[in-house]
Design a protein around this ligand. Structure first.
Ligand code: NAP
Length: 282
């Protein structure tokens, strides 16, 4: 029998879904909440993400509308579309389906979103709010990591946490969210020297790199909790960043891929939508 407990995301996802659904119902008394998702062209991973978001919306009672813009849209075209949604009182949240087309400026489009409708919390204003400590609401994937740890009653306060990956979507906001929960957090990246020396000191190790199998047994301390955020699609399979078979023999707990962080992320996104609507009505 392997040493580690396997912490599935299904339980936390179910619990969060029930809580979010209740809040959505309360807010829908005067009409359904509407999330608009913008895609540019027909990139398969953006399409896959759109389908997952639609399923999540349906399960909590949110109306999802997909806006597919032509593949040759310019930055101005997309920004104009975003601005029209900003001005539409019937739109409660706006989400971008990445990757957008290569010719557009992602950052300009993200920052065109009204922060009050930014469900992904990726605008500079939303990131600034998180880093300044004015909110603990952050991007859905980073939030899903916190949700998982809380569900399995893993203390965060005062713990030594190492996050591998420093993207704006996962690593950086997760650092701010962990800091708000009083963890002592180190963030590693591709230029970190001697990664195993750093990661093996972690009590909680979170990996979000998109490098399948990057983390082996030598990266993990014997009493660590290992959270694998990585999802790489290869030959019809979804691969995590953690060498599961090796790490499960060493760690105290490890999340699987698929079925770990992924299922929780969607409901964190829905919770962000609910929080935005609740904020506006106060
Ligand atoms: P990203 O923007 O490509 O960032 C990857 C990060 O990993 C970068 O900071 C990079 O370092 C670091 N990195 C890459 N190779 C490394 C290595 N060999 N050693 C140490 N650090 C390394 O990716 P992302 O958007 O954050 O996503 C990360 C992973 O999470 C992907 O697999 C993605 O699919 C997955 N993800 C999952 C969900 C979910 O719902 N489950 C949601 C979002 C993302 P540098 O900064 O130095 O380049």
């Amino acid at each position: 029998m392997s040493k580690a407990e396997v912490w599935s995301g299904r339980g936390p996802a179910r619990a969060l879904r029930a809580a979010v659904k209740e809040r959505v119902e309360r807010l829908s008394a005067d009409g359904l909440l509407t999330l608009r998702m913008i895609r540019v062209g027909d990139d398969p991973s953006a399409q896959g993400y759109a389908r997952a978001v639609q399923r999540g919306c349906k399960r909590v009672g949110v109306r999802a509308v997909m806006d597919e813009l032509p593949a040759d849209s310019s930055t101005d075209d997309v920004v104009e579309h975003v601005q029209a949604l900003n001005a539409d009182a019937g739109v409660h949240g706006i989400l971008l389906g990445f990757p957008l087309a290569g010719q557009v400026d992602d950052a300009a489009i993200v920052d065109a979103i009204d922060p009050a409708k930014d469900v992904d919390r990726l605008t500079t204003a939303a990131i600034g709010e998180l880093f300044a400590g004015h909110t603990t609401t952050g991007p859905a994937t980073a939030a899903a990591v916190i949700e998982l740890l809380d569900y399995y009653e893993e203390p965060i306060d005062g713990r030594r946490v190492v996050v591998v990956g420093r993207s704006n979507v996962v690593g950086k906001p997760l650092w701010a969210m962990l800091l708000a929960r009083n963890a002592t957090t180190t963030v590693c990246h591709s230029r970190t020297v001697d990664l195993p020396a750093v990661t093996s000191k972690a009590e909680i190790l979170v990996v979000a790199t998109g490098s399948p199998g990057l983390i082996g047994a030598e990266h993990v301390g014997g009493d660590a909790v290992v959270v694998d955020v990585g999802t790489t699609y290869r030959n019809g399979m979804v691969l995590g960043d953690v060498e599961f078979d090796a790490v499960v023999e060493r760690a105290r707990a490890v999340t699987p891929v698929p079925g770990g962080i992924g299922p929780i992320t969607n409901y964190c996104l829905m919770r962000n939508l609910v929080e935005l609507v609740e904020r506006r009505s106060h």
